[in-house]
Ligand binder design. Structure first.
Ligand SMILES: NC(=O)c1ccc[n+]([C@@H]2O[C@H](COP(=O)([O-])OP(=O)(O)OC[C@H]3O[C@@H](n4cnc5c(N)ncnc54)[C@H](OP(=O)(O)O)[C@@H]3O)[C@@H](O)[C@H]2O)c1
Length: 250
């Protein structure tokens, strides 16, 4: 039986991915900080999904969870999905919140990859995936720390995609646009091209199957964002005055 461990798999994109793999017959492990969310969303139907209490910003806690899960029959796929996001209401970033976000969104991904590689390198195969964001392509106003963590995750994955191929380990970065989840339910700005979470999970699992280096979706919105990431910065500043992109104006 194939096995996948998903960080932050109790709600949103991670939960939909966990359900999708469970329905395919995989053994699934998810972690989170709140077991109640897991019980509400997975019990009684999903017997092949188990919960591990682990905060991804705690290296030892996460390492133990992934090690314990992998002891039964290894680890074929790791999805480092857990992440948080919020918009700064002031022009000066809240640095405490920024550091917190770095611990979860960036170090949390590194800790998960480290623990997965401890299992996959001796085994000689595996696949590791991180959920970045299309925000990783741009320095967006109001979300400086979020954009920075997601850009770092994207580049971390691109490098590792090249480095780890020799160990038969495939690395993918996923860059979603807006997906309907508890995280985006808090947004009070417009969310163009919003994708339903089960559809997002389907698209992500297809990209994982194809072992893509980077997969951004939905196609039109992510293409637009990538163009904005590549044009001269003077033009970028002009486009950021347009309401569709400048969330901090709303
Ligand atoms: N939704 C979007 O539009 C969107 C777009 C681009 C990228 N993303 C990225 O996709 C990922 C999932 O987002 P989502 O929208 O599905 O969010 P969500 O519904 O808020 O789910 C986040 C999950 O992460 C867990 N989590 C949060 N902090 C954690 C921590 N410190 N340790 C362990 N688990 C933690 C949460 O469980 P507990 O609270 O129980 O810990 C929950 O299971 C994030 O990395 C996010 O940045 C989302």
């Amino acid at each position: 039986m194939k096995s996948v461990f998903i960080t932050g798999g109790t709600t949103g994109i991670g939960m939909e991915l966990a359900k999708l793999y469970a329905l395919k017959g995989w053994r699934v492990g998810v972690c989170g900080r709140d077991e109640k969310k897991f019980t509400e969303n997975f019990r009684p139907q999903f017997k092949n999904v188990s919960f591990f209490h682990a905060d991804v910003s705690n290296r030892e806690e996460l390492k133990n969870a992934i090690k314990t899960f992998s002891k039964i029959d290894g680890l074929d796929l790791l999805i480092a999905n857990a992440g948080i996001g919020y918009k700064f209401k002031t022009k000066v970033p809240d640095f405490e919140q920024s550091y917190h976000m770095v611990h979860i969104n960036l170090l949390g991904v590194m800790y998960a990859f480290e623990a997965a590689l401890d299992v996959m390198i001796p085994k000689g195969s595996g696949q590791i995936v991180a959920i970045s964001s299309i925000a990783g392509y741009l320095g967006l106003p109001g979300v400086s720390a979020y954009s920075a963590t997601k850009a770092a995750v994207l580049k971390f994955c691109e490098s590792l995609h090249l480095d780890l191929k020799q160990f038969n380990i495939h690395v993918t970065a996923i860059c979603p646009g807006f997906v309907e989840t508890p995280l985006t339910a808090r947004n009070n700005h417009s969310m163009p091209f919003l994708v339903k979470a089960p559809r997002a999970a389907e698209l992500i699992s297809r990209a994982i199957e194809k072992r893509k280096m980077v997969y951004a979706f939905p196609f039109f919105f992510s293409s637009l964002v990538r163009i904005l990431g590549a044009i001269p910065r003077t033009w970028y500043k002009y486009f950021m005055k347009i309401k569709m992109f400048n969330y901090s104006r709303e």
